[in-house]
Design a protein around this ligand. Structure first.
Ligand SMILES: Cc1cc2nc3c(=O)[nH]c(=O)nc-3n(C[C@H](O)[C@H](O)[C@H](O)COP(=O)(O)OP(=O)(O)OC[C@H]3O[C@@H](n4cnc5c(N)ncnc54)[C@H](O)[C@@H]3O)c2cc1C
Length: 423
């Protein structure tokens, strides 16, 4: 079957329906949210729940950005191990962030339960798999600290990882029982449905093209009319355009691609038998999971290149053969990629861009729980909360040095990796 780099699998397999909600009149609201992903819709859901008038403006469709295209690993914490987060922010602030993001998957799962979101949730954890002995050392350090903090993680030996993954290619793993997997588009559409039911207005196919400060708030000019709001949350993340000058230069955009097989039925019974999703410790990270229909979905950093029998599908076939020699040849259904906002220190940011204008950004490829949690934090702030209670200290925008060069370098390196590993 033909692969495609324009349509992503979750768009077709999500049980929650897409909401097509055009904007037909000018709007006056308390909070305008730009971007219909986890961050924007969580902001809207929680602010509407507190009685505020909220309006979400999404340029394309709900989940068009990272929220509809990701791997669906609902992970705890950040990229960095807890001790490194504390070293970065200081003991007290760092510990608070570790705690709130450690509890993040649980919060996501509670929203899924509360709003009956149909997103194929599994609650059996995720596995960070060691691609080498040095990767296993890194996982041991992470495990030691999480265990000290009382988190339900388990360091897996090579043999134990082999049983959990169904592959002898890894050197061990770190199983985190707090985590799980979702159909990412199902979750983001479910958040939109819940936010709408709570009273938020949501408009899709509306690009915000200008933000103008006014005496009593902000005027947002869009291609469908104007929105006047007391406060604005820019929830555009890696899909940030030139709406706020300089914001796009505050992170390095990196692509991550995935290739999905057709449903494989009993052939994959021994692969990830408990349905944990995995990602590995390699510098050019690899991800792997099974979906509810028993497709295998394998991914890595870079763009989806070529259609049917294109480079990415050759890469995927090669990797599946390496990991699961017993599987035999498989047919692929879909390939796609999405954009990740990377920061040089792997730490996300919450910027105050101007009075009443905030943006949580730079999730470094870990945005399901953080986006949900930071969206709630935005709603708390804008309903009378204090900046000091945000999970991150509020900062101004800093340009990422040599952003264009770095992005170009990574893109070339990831493409070369696909070529080498598809032979
Ligand atoms: C391929 C891939 C795999 C990933 N895997 C994982 C994973 O397994 N686990 C995990 O936790 N995280 C993962 N992530 C990261 C996660 O998906 C993102 O961090 C998260 O979705 C960001 O959510 P968001 O709401 O902040 O932004 P997004 O979901 O990116 O939404 C931003 C939205 O803003 C809209 N927009 C932009 N400009 C405008 C404008 N001017 N006017 C109106 N709308 C605008 C865009 O159309 C877009 O829909 C992955 C990301 C990618 C790309």
């Amino acid at each position: 079957m033909a692969g495609s780099s324009t349509l992503f699998l979750w768009d077709e397999t999500a049980a929650e329906p897409d909401l097509n909600l055009p904007m037909t009149a000018d709007v006056v609201t308390d909070i305008a949210v730009v971007g219909g992903g986890y961050t924007g819709l969580s902001t809207a859901l929680h602010a509407a729940g507190k009685g505020l008038d909220v309006c979400v403006l999404e340029a394309k469709q709900i989940g068009f950005g990272g929220s509809g295209r990701n791997v669906g690993l609902v992970n705890a914490g950040l990229w960095l191990p807890p001790q490194d987060v504390r070293a970065h922010f200081g003991e007290e602030r760092g510990a608070k962030l570790v705690q709130v993001l450690g509890d993040g998957p649980d919060y996501v799962m509670s929203l899924i339960e509360q709003h009956q979101i149909r997103c194929e949730l599994t609650r059996t954890g995720t596995i960070h798999a060691a691609h080498s002995t040095s990767g296993f050392k890194d996982l041991s350090r992470r495990a030691e600290e999480w265990l000290r903090l009382g988190a339900p993680v388990r360091l897996l030996s090579k043999q134990q990882a082999c049983e959990k993954i169904g592959s002898s290619a890894f050197y061990g793993g770190l199983l985190d029982a707090r985590a799980g997997t979702i159909n990412p588009m199902g979750y983001v559409r479910g958040l939109a449905r819940a936010a709408k039911a709570a009273g938020a207005r949501i408009h899709t196919g509306v690009s915000v093209v200008r933000l103008l400060r006014q005496a009593d708030g902000w005027l947002l000019e869009t291609d469908c009319g104007t929105v006047h709001a007391k406060s604005v949350v820019l929830a555009t993340n890696a899909y940030t355009d030139d709406l706020w000058p300089g914001l796009r230069s505050s992170f390095v955009p990196i692509n991550f691609f995935q290739v999905a097989t057709v449903p494989l039925g009993a052939r994959v019974a021994g692969i990830l038998p408990d349905r944990q999703g995995i990602w590995d410790t390699g510098k050019i990270m690899l991800s792997l999971r099974r979906d509810a229909a028993d497709r295998l979905i394998i991914g890595s950093m870079g763009s989806a290149i070529g259609g049917a029998r294109g480079l990415s599908e050759r890469w995927a076939a090669r990797q599946l053969k390496r990991l699961f020699p017993q599987l035999g040849p498989v047919e692929f259904e879909k390939s796609w990629h999405g954009q990740i906002a990377m920061t040089s220190d792997h730490i996300p940011r919450i910027h105050r861009l101007a009075e009443g204008l905030y943006t949580p950004i730079g999730y470094n490829g870990r945005g399901i729980a953080p986006g949900t949690v930071f969206g709630k934090a935005m709603a708390d702030l804008l309903t009378g909360g204090d900046e000091a209670d945000l999970p991150l200290p509020v900062t101004g925008v800093k340009q990422e040095l040599m952003r264009g060069l770095k992005a170009g370098f990574y893109q070339a390196a990831f493409a070369a990796n696909q070529v080498v590993k598809s032979i």
